[in-house]
Design a protein around this ligand. Sequence first.
Ligand SMILES: [Zn+2]
Length: 286
Amino acid sequence: MTRFQYFITSSLMFCMLFGSGVYGENQRNPVKTIRLYALDCSMIDMFDISAYSDSGQFDGQKKALADPCYLIRHPKGDFLWDTGWEQTLAETPGGLMTNRYHAVMARTLTDQLSDLGLKPADIGKVSISHAHPDHVGNANLFAGSTFIVNKAEYTAMFSEEARKRPARFKLYNDLEGADTILFETEHDVFGDGLVVINSMPGHTPGHSALMLRLKNSGTLLFSGDLYIISESRDLGAYPSFNTDKPETVRSMKKFEALAKKENARVVIQHEKADFLALPHFPAYLD
Ligand SMILES: [Zn+2]
């Protein structure tokens, strides 16, 4: 395993405290076993998904997408995978309508966390599959969390080019000052092999997928946007807006090998059927 990580602002002592489980003792409403909560962080009706394939496989098609956030409650702390669409959407009457999509949000992420007695500040660790707006919409709520991120994604997020797109940049700019863990190949979030982020680049420079091992429900593999919808996986479709095609193809092979090896339940994050097949929040999988 080639794991490369370093801590930008946190002291060594702080990291040792995390590693020794002290953090978990401070967890609000602590859990004894690991749990997965699937939160609805917007629903997006796409009017044209032709861009999800560079070879015309989806021409003339539309599709209703889910845009979930996943909260993993672990005895050592709370971890959020993806932060969804910016939650001001919940207060936008009728949602957001453009010529490409209609996005709606039933409840804010903050409101949903409160059902579990949690505030954004209670979430100890946060990570993202990638830095597109439908995944980093609420990232700034977690500027006090430890930000775990693929090194290549971090570099792109805080590049000069990214700063020239203020509407996107302002969704996550506060993370620049957060305690940060950068990884290149993979990162074991709690050090016990139960929650592991794997680098799967191509959709963006440091796109990543998440593997979760649950006691009763087995292993789950979350796709990020490596596959945007289930048809993408069936067809091996390559979106025309990905940053690197050969990298995407390699990541798809890596994902499939991991899914097979782990006999994992694959969750295509934007696939509404996959989202609805998970327990309806606040119910959870364990
Ligand atoms: Zn997405």
